[in-house]
Design a protein. Structure first.
Length: 589
């Protein structure tokens, strides 16, 4: 059986090069690109003030800028933190499903106090400049550093935000929040109902959050309504012309691209390249360089290991391989809100810092869990035959093991070059033509272009060998079968240095989490594990339909005012924001 593994294109109508910013060469190409809608992004987050030792959680919404519905253009979104120098402090990648995702980042003590910008975008959005990018102000307070000059001011009039600047637009006419009361004690259960009063008009996706109020005057974070107003005139189409360069849209997955050159630095065209993302659930991608020596491929499956090995599929020539990096936008012209610390905040800052230290000390009993995602089938539907070597007599080398243990695979003499491994065909018809094609061979997910170099590999390190006897065609070349060797330690990739390629780390998308939900039983109420949670409930994406939705959460040991927020968009793109306040106080008060 022959399998065709197609190389995916960004836009099927275009022959795009693999460098990060493609140059538009014709009117036809420009029109094809303009037919792809632009996007805009909204981030709901747990700012606007974050201390070191805390997590900032965010919910990612990506919209078609032409109709305000969830976008189906980009497969990947990005979140970045920018300091006042316009420098990228961090950038995270998230996978989008129907235009939505979620994530978080921990603010460690390396990040100084200051006013920051939180950005949300896709690569496709970057073509219309920083104006199109979602931007919101974020304040980070690092109480462990001596220098707090970024947040100090000699002008008392600048030290706070006037109340009129703090008004937040709301709309509770469609969906509302209901609770039996608004005063609770510490560690008490709270039941919360989400009611849709407008039937289909209320259907949509919303973020639900319960969080302690900061107690410091700061410009509030953007909400869905303020975002919709600010980005109402976002460009709906690509703002480019012939001869301009652009960022490629990541429609088919995460873009991985690079260049192949010869010893003189000249581009190598038509080079067959293979990209391995190693691990037990490995990814294998084949591609071919264009006339400029550029290659590109797309990673769509949820790989586990942030590493890629890129090499020429056959060692036919001496080449240099480099991996590209998409450039950041120029953030040097961003304007920042100027929040300042005043003496009245000192006690609140000290208390919050102590609470954070205690929470982090007991994090192991309140862990978040990583969602495993859909398992990867590295054999693409093929049914492998797996041989576990512990069930057989052990032989010294890999080659000896193939001869003595495997019935359908072995080395074949090649008078024109290196010997190669061939896997016997699984004939489906009596008249099927026989072939002499080499096998695809992988060690812990690493593609091996020269099979002769692994003849003497220590077989004592091998746990199992899996075979698929199908015929494959990749990047214009035929292969007979696939062999996946799994070592006992699973670390073959760590020391693998390709002769004509690179072994490099790549940025892995953020894994989705199930966030810890504190619950108290009668027996747990008396336990003295401190509970200083500021975020009592975090549901990044809640789908609202006809039925009422019920939620519960437990208050912590913190007292004071907490804000209950419902924020998001109907399926028609209408922004909805609802706020309620509850009070937590000790029963003795």
């Amino acid at each position: 059986m022959k399998k065709q593994w197609a190389i995916l294109m960004v836009l099927t109508a275009l022959s795009l090069h693999a460098h990060a910013q493609y140059v538009i060469s014709s009117v036809d190409e420009l029109q094809n690109l303009k037919s792809l809608p632009q996007e805009k992004v909204y981030l709901h987050h747990t700012g606007p003030i974050v201390f070191t030792g805390e997590y900032l959680h965010y919910a990612f919404y990506c919209f078609n800028a032409q109709n305000n519905r969830a976008s189906n253009v980009s497969f990947v979104g990005y979140v970045a933190l920018i300091n006042q120098k316009g420098e990228y402090v961090l950038e995270q990648k998230v996978r989008l499903q129907k235009g939505k995702s979620q994530g978080d980042f921990f603010v460690n003590t390396d990040i100084p106090s200051g006013n920051y910008k939180l950005l949300g975008y896709t690569q496709w959005m970057k073509n219309n400049g920083m104006e199109q990018i979602f931007k919101d102000d974020l304040v980070i307070i690092n109480p462990y550093q001596v220098d707090q000059s970024q947040l100090l001011s000699d002008n008392s009039e600048e030290a706070s935000i006037h109340a009129e600047k703090m008004n937040r637009p709301i709309d509770s006419s469609v969906v509302q929040l209901k609770m039996e009361r608004d005063v609770f004690g510490p560690r008490e259960r709270v039941a919360l109902s989400l009611k849709n009063y407008k039937a289909r008009l209320g259907h949509g996706n919303y973020t639900l959050r319960v969080q302690k109020k900061d107690g410091m005057e700061v410009r509030p974070a953007a909400n869905a309504i303020s975002y919709a107003n600010e980005y109402f005139n976002a460009k709906g189409a690509l703002d480019k012309t012939v001869g301009d360069s652009l960022f490629l849209p990541e429609q088919r997955g995460e873009l991985l691209y690079g260049k192949v050159t010869d010893g003189q630095g000249s581009p190598v065209s038509d080079a067959k390249m293979v990209v391995s993302v190693p691990g037990e659930e490995f990814l294998l991608k084949f591609t071919t360089t264009d006339n400029h020596g550029n290659f590109y491929t797309y990673l769509r499956k949820n790989y586990k290991l942030g590493r890629a090995i890129v090499q020429v599929a056959a060692n036919a020539q001496d080449v240099e391989v480099s991996l590209g990096k998409v450039p950041n936008l120029d953030a040097s012209q961003l304007t920042f809100n100027q929040f300042h610390i005043i003496p009245e905040y000192s006690e609140a800052i000290a208390q919050r810092s102590i609470h954070n230290q205690l929470e982090n000390q007991f994090y192991s009993v309140k862990p978040d869990s990583i969602l495993l995602g859909t398992p990867i089938d590295p054999f693409d539907g093929g049914m492998p035959e797996t041989i576990k070597l512990d069930e057989f007599t052990r032989f010294r080398t890999f080659q000896e093991t193939l001869v003595e243990v495997l019935n359908y695979a072995g080395y074949k003499n090649n008078p024109d070059g290196s010997d190669y491994i061939r896997i016997a065909q699984d004939f489906e018809t009596y008249n099927e033509e026989a072939n002499d094609f080499p096998a695809i061979v992988l060690f812990d997910g690493v593609y091996i272009p020269d099979h002769e170099k692994i003849k003497d590999f220590d077989a004592g390190k091998i746990q199992s060998i899996s075979l698929v006897r199908d015929q494959f065609r990749m990047a214009g070349k035929d292969y007979q079968g696939m062999m996946a060797v799994k070592t006992i330690d699973g670390d073959f990739f760590e020391n693998y240095a390709p002769t004509h390629g690179i072994n490099v780390p790549i940025e892995k998308p953020m894994s989705k989490k199930n966030y810890f939900k504190q619950r108290y039983t009668t027996q747990q109420m008396g336990k003295r594990i401190p509970d200083y949670r500021r975020v009592l409930l975090w549901e990044p994406h809640v789908e609202v339909g006809e039925s009422d939705l019920q939620f519960e959460f437990y208050t912590s040991d913190l007292t004071g005012e907490f804000e209950v927020v419902l924020d998001g968009f109907t399926s028609y793109g209408k922004p909805i924001t609802v706020y309620k306040t509850i009070v937590v106080k000790n029963t003795s008060q």
